[in-house]
Design a protein. Structure first.
Length: 307
């Protein structure tokens, strides 16, 4: 059993302030019985998040930054796939930022209507759109094999200028974004959304690009269980809700993992921050780790603020 916990810690000042008050007794007792792997180290400016890298490794996918082929994996296609996410861009005096994602009050009918309006423009550039669900569409074209793109978890609420694709072959997509902003401005779907004070769809985000290959290590026999309950609070920087969500994870999922360990099962937990990921798993303990267990579990805050 393997738990993968995204947004276990964030670099925001509010998260650092909340951390000393965060009590995670089940996690602390669990980690005292597990052995740490070498950390997956990165930085907060990588296009792919630490939790995406960790999940990709567990699934046997490539982990090149910005080119983890989530769309190709989802579509069961070797190449030529990306996710197109209809979204709301917020224009400020000095920057354009990604609005709340996923869009609030966005129906399948609205999503399909917008995709139908946008599809002819994509087709002019050799890109075929396919409806996946209301929050995202699949796009098919060989161009997506080599365009590195930023995860939506990286751009939520942030200045988009820092995260736009810079590859030379992404120029047609940047032009498409400009064209779609003009098309969507007066679309009936947006007029209806505006009338009910819902955020309008004024652009799209490209992600999940990259090509599958056959040289990547095989997937693990037991894919991790991804715990997503910290995500929304972290992206909204609601640290009170983040603390409560963490305590629920501790009381529920971490307790279950301890029980599995007690029953002799092989267990793992991967904690992911904005920069790094750290995996702990059950394996024969070293003499040093045995001494650490004698002196009791360490506060979780000592570990989380290193992620």
């Amino acid at each position: 059993m393997h738990l993968l916990i995204p947004f276990a810690y964030c670099l925001a000042e509010g998260c650092a302030s909340a951390l000393p008050k965060l009590k995670l007794p089940q996690l602390e007792k669990l980690l005292a019985r597990l052995t740490a792997d070498a950390p997956d180290q990165g930085d907060e400016f990588s296009l792919s998040t630490p939790h995406e890298r960790a999940l990709a490794r567990a699934l046997g996918l490539p982990t090149t930054d910005g080119l983890i082929p989530w769309a190709a994996h989802h579509a069961q296609a070797e190449s030529g796939a990306a996710f197109i996410t209809p979204c709301h861009w917020q224009a400020g005096s000095h920057q354009i930022a990604m609005g709340e994602w996923p869009l609030a009050d966005f129906s399948e009918d609205e999503s399909r209507a917008l995709m139908a309006a946008m599809q002819p423009y994509f087709e002019e550039d050799g890109i075929t759109l396919q409806f996946d669900d209301a929050t995202r569409w699949l796009a098919h074209s060989p161009v997506f094999d080599d365009i590195a793109t930023a995860s939506l978890d990286r751009v939520a609420g942030r200045n988009l200028e820092n995260w736009m694709p810079r590859d030379a072959n992404a120029a047609p997509l940047r032009r498409l974004q400009n064209e779609m902003q003009m098309l969507l401005y007066t679309h009936p779907v947006n007029e209806a959304r505006s009338s009910r004070r819902a955020p309008v769809v004024n652009s799209f985000w490209l992600s999940g690009t990259g090509r599958l290959n056959t040289t990547t290590p095989a997937a693990s026999a037991s894919p991790p269980i991804v715990i997503d309950t910290l995500r929304q609070a972290a992206l909204k920087e609601d640290w009170s809700s983040w603390t409560q969500a963490w305590q629920q994870v501790d009381a529920n999922e971490c307790t279950k993992l301890r029980a599995a360990l007690d029953q002799g099962e092989a267990v793992q937990v991967t904690l992911c921050g904005e920069r790094h990921a750290q995996t702990f798993q059950s394996r024969p303990r070293t003499l040093i780790s045995q001494f650490k267990r004698i002196f009791g579990p360490q506060p979780a805050s000592n570990l989380l603020n290193q992620l």
